[in-house]
Design a protein around this ligand. Structure first.
Ligand code: HEC
Length: 129
């Protein structure tokens, strides 16, 4: 019984990322393959993908670490750049949950309410380098 508890505790610590030495994330690790499907369903029309650019929205390749509103040739609204956001996982989560709550006046028209889908999309966007 005692041994089982110990195994359970170790299992919990590993899933929580405590033993792996990583910084535990506030968000669940999303599934990039599912995120790609969600991206193709809801984002690609305006954001294009690796190969095809789109005129409606900025390319999201190389997003992580980039300042918001800075892809050349994109007709951004002003507020996104003025937000000063540097895209990381937390900022993306907040923006995608409700773009206009996070950045007043942004012209990005849709949010992603489902937290699992958001995790998946963030995992996919992180992989777009
Ligand atoms: C109808 C078109 C449209 C759709 C669909 C759309 N977006 Fe956007 N998105 C935009 C526009 C336009 C902007 C620029 C917003 C601004 O300037 O305020 C933008 C901006 C963004 C940015 C900030 C980029 C930067 O360079 O700072 C991210 C991140 C983003 N969108 C993610 C997504 C994701 C993920 C999806 C799918 C769930 C999505 N968008 C769906 C039009 C769209």
């Amino acid at each position: 019984m005692r041994r089982l508890t110990r195994i359970a505790a170790v299992a919990w610590l590993s899933t929580a990322g405590v033993l792996s030495g990583g910084v535990p994330s506030a968000f669940a690790e999303g599934n990039a393959a599912r995120g790609r499907l969600a991206y193709q369903r809801t984002c690609i029309a305006c954001h294009g993908d690796n190969k095809t650019a789109s005129s409606a929205g900025p390319s999201l390749v190389g997003l992580i670490g980039r300042r918001a509103g800075t892809v050349a040739g994109t007709p951004y609204g002003r507020s996104l750049y003025e937000s000063g956001i540097i895209w990381d996982e937390a900022a993306l989560q907040r923006y995608l949950a409700s773009p206009s709550d996070e950045v007043h006046g942004t012209i990005m028209p849709i949010g992603v309410r489902d937290p699992v889908e958001r995790d998946d999309l963030v995992a996919y966007l992180k992989s777009l380098k």
